[in-house]
Design a binder for this molecule. Structure first.
Ligand SMILES: [Zn+2]
Ligand SMILES: [Zn+2]
Length: 329
């Protein structure tokens, strides 16, 4: 979690738009038809690979769409409100309309836009007040998705904070079932974790256990974060590693639940359990794994979203360009 926050701050420091002292409202990517040419640099999207980045919503949520276009992205991640407050002002209707118009204008399909949940939420918390607030926030997040015409929502499952893993998993599923009752249609997408602290969802079988407790299986999925998976001990960096980890995911959870991938290299080593994102090819995972990822047919047609630090000279646009250059189709 922390590394995400730090990443946001670093990006803000470099980006005049994101520099503004505000909540991280973000953008979303869109989907498109095959072989769309988009972006200032006129990149051509490799067929069926929807690579993009987590973008800021500073200045208005529709700005996220424009930011994605500028990056040459074909998908995007975004926050739907402040990361600092439990109480957030409702989304402005006119902003939501602008957002949907921008998505439509630039050919972004909701299937390729994956909002990221607030870091304040812990739907697995043993503390009743925190659980209640988290559950309410999950409903609010799904409601924002509905207003924006979005169909899926990604969040960190939760942390035990000393309670049992089984109880934590049941609480997370309870919050999801409650949110599904309150808000129709939007799919809740669980992100795999690095296993840092008392977080759950580092092991694929923990994600599977949460899904098992969710009543409407059509409205639950998984976003696989490459840094988190590697840090949790899934070796995607070895020869054949991407394929074997996806095989394992398929056996334990089921590939039909896979809704998205977060593309991050890892500062930490295999199994370190640290959530420390690194720029693509600059970390312990290495570029060969990302070549395999962008050429993996099982990852076709889902958003592949960068959440890397983006150092000067190797920011999102350059990393997106690099990843598309590795595509062999
Ligand atoms: Zn995340
Ligand atoms: Zn992530």
């Amino acid at each position: 979690m922390e590394s995400h926050k730090r990443g946001e701050k670093r990006r803000k420091a470099r980006n005049p738009v994101k520099n503004e002292e505000i909540e991280e409202l973000d953008e979303r990517p869109g989907c498109s038809t095959e072989e769309v040419v988009r972006g200032k640099k006129g990149r051509t999207k490799a067929q069926k690979k929807y690579i993009g980045a987590h973008v800021s919503i500073a200045g208005g949520i529709w700005k996220a769409v424009e930011a994605s276009v500028d990056l040459g992205g074909h998908s995007f991640g975004l926050f739907l409100g402040s990361q600092r407050s439990w109480q957030r002002p409702a989304l402005d209707q006119s902003a939501a309309v602008k957002f949907q118009q921008a998505c439509s204008q630039h050919g972004f399909d909701p299937a390729h836009i994956l909002p990221h949940g607030s870091y304040l939420m812990n739907c697995g918390s043993p503390k009743e007040d925190i659980f209640d607030k988290s559950q309410d926030m999950l409903v609010d997040e799904l409601s924002r998705c509905s207003v924006l015409g979005l169909t899926q929502f990604n969040f960190h499952p939760g942390a035990t904070l000393g309670s049992s893993k089984e109880q934590c998993i049941e609480r997370i599923a309870q919050a999801i079932n409650h949110a599904h009752q309150q808000i129709p249609a939007v799919c809740t997408v669980l992100e795999n974790m690095s296993g840092q602290g008392s977080t759950v969802g580092g092991e694929f079988n923990e994600l599977k256990s949460i899904i098992d407790h969710v009543r409407d299986k059509s409205r639950v999925g998984v976003c696989l974060d490459t840094c988190h998976a590697f840090a949790a001990g899934y070796d995607i960096s070895s020869a054949g590693g991407v394929k074997s980890v996806l095989d394992e995911f398929d056996q334990v959870v089921g590939l039909h639940f896979l809704r998205a991938v977060h593309l991050n290299d890892s500062k930490g080593k295999l199994g370190c359990h640290l959530d420390r994102h690194e720029d693509i090819g600059r970390g312990q995972i290495g570029i060969a794994a990302f070549r395999n990822i962008v050429n993996e047919p099982r990852l076709d047609n889902i958003p592949l979203i960068l959440e890397t630090p983006g150092r000067p000279g190797f920011e999102y646009a350059e990393q997106i360009e690099l990843l598309y250059s590795l595509c062999e189709d």
